[in-house]
Design a protein around this ligand. Structure first.
Ligand code: TXA
Ligand code: MG
Length: 341
């Protein structure tokens, strides 16, 4: 795999993608592992390289709204309004699929996910290739998504199908796009992201609902898989610093952990007291501390932090379960999935 970061080097990566190889590229949400969406053989390599189940469909990445005609037969008024407001940006729309898009891209569904990512080097890359680029997040299946080139490199360095990694720095948002299905009666968010239902209602006066829970068959097939999981078990804690410390100490006692390394991912306001209370009772423990100021920062750093705890060989990780809020909705969704895995 060759790592590049200059616009002048994009031509080589574009040629590799058009020749059927895989290219990792940055976006504002997370890095993507891309293939030419019109080439079924190339797209198949994504699934084998990631270890991704073949019934989990991929998003097609485009450079502009004009390019939608390569993947979908129509641009409805609703699609036009949504993309006019949010593209380029962290919004994926589920649209009817053209037959030219091989069924391996959509996992056999008659629909296709479409997104116009907001990252200057990737905009240029997509313009150069001129074809829709099918891409999932650039992580091995089940692992936390990738928000910086180093993590993509560590997941895929020894994979011959991946020819280029475009390093575009740290992802600005840090979790994946909002997936909004506009093929049914009611626009439905299948995966929450930075763009919320409330925001779409405020900005465009369009009524959008969240897909209801786990009881029904998942409509975004990706909702049913093991996700975002660090190697170490992840526990969620709530309450004030006393309650959090109590809860952590109880888990440590239950698991007979008196030495070793434990990761803490907490709001800044809680970290110091929780740390002191734990070390008072468990002086031989090694704590790996990571704190955040607000939801934007927590969201941006979550996936990288989960990977960092693993790199520090943590035996257990404790993270604060934020209460539900519009700004924290997507963050909490990913955190809960990481903890359930
Ligand atoms: O921000 C993002 O969306 C990143 C960057 C790379 O663009 N991509 C990403 O891809 O997160 P992936 O494959 O990790 O997640 C795609 C999600 C999955 O939950 C998948 O099931 C859903 O989108 N999806 C894709 N096509 C679909 C379709 N036709 N119908 C329903 N859900 C679909
Ligand atoms: Mg993913």
């Amino acid at each position: 795999m060759k790592i590049i970061s200059e616009i002048s080097e994009l031509g080589q990566a574009a040629a590799a993608l058009l020749a059927g190889d895989l290219v990792i590229f940055p976006t504002e949400t997370v890095y993507g592992l891309g293939a030419n969406a019109l080439d079924a053989t190339a797209v198949t390599k994504i699934f084998s390289t990631k270890g991704r189940p073949s019934d989990n469909p991929l998003i097609c990445h485009l450079t502009s709204m004009e390019q939608i005609e390569q993947v979908s037969p129509e641009v409805s008024d609703l699609t036009y309004r949504l993309f006019s407001c949010y593209a380029p940006g962290p919004l994926t729309l589920i649209l009817p699929k053209l037959p030219e898009i091989p069924s391996v891209v959509s996992a056999g569904l008659p629909t296709v996910g479409v997104r116009i990512p907001d990252h200057p080097i990737t905009q240029e890359f997509l313009r150069l290739v001129g074809v829709p680029v099918a891409a999932p997040s650039a992580n091995l299946s089940g692992k936390p998504s990738v928000t910086a080139a180093d993590y993509a490199n560590s997941d895929f360095a020894d994979q011959p199908a991946v020819k280029y990694l475009i390093d575009g720095g740290r992802a600005r948002i840090g979790i994946e796009s909002t997936v909004l299905d506009v093929t049914g009666e009611q626009p439905t968010i299948l995966r929450p992201g930075k763009i919320t239902a409330e925001q779409i209602r405020r900005d465009l006066n369009i009524e959008v609902v969240y897909a209801s829970g786990s009881a029904q068959t998942p409509r975004a097939p990706g909702m049913k898989y093991r996700h975002y999981a660090p190697e170490a078990p992840l526990f969620l804690v709530q309450g004030n610093s006393d309650e959090i410390a109590q809860c952590i100490l109880q888990v440590l006692t239950d698991k007979n952990i008196y030495t070793g390394n434990v990761g803490l991912w907490l709001p800044k306001a809680l970290m110091k007291e929780v740390k002191c209370k734990i070390l008072a009772m468990r002086p031989n423990l090694n704590l790996t501390l990571a704190d955040y100021g607000d939801m934007v920062e927590a969201t941006k750093r979550l996936f990288a932090q989960l990977r960092e705890f693993d790199l520090h060989n943590c035996n257990l990780i404790f993270a604060f379960e934020e209460s539900e809020s519009e700004a924290g909705h997507a963050y909490l969704n990913r955190l809960l999935k990481a903890a359930q895995s």
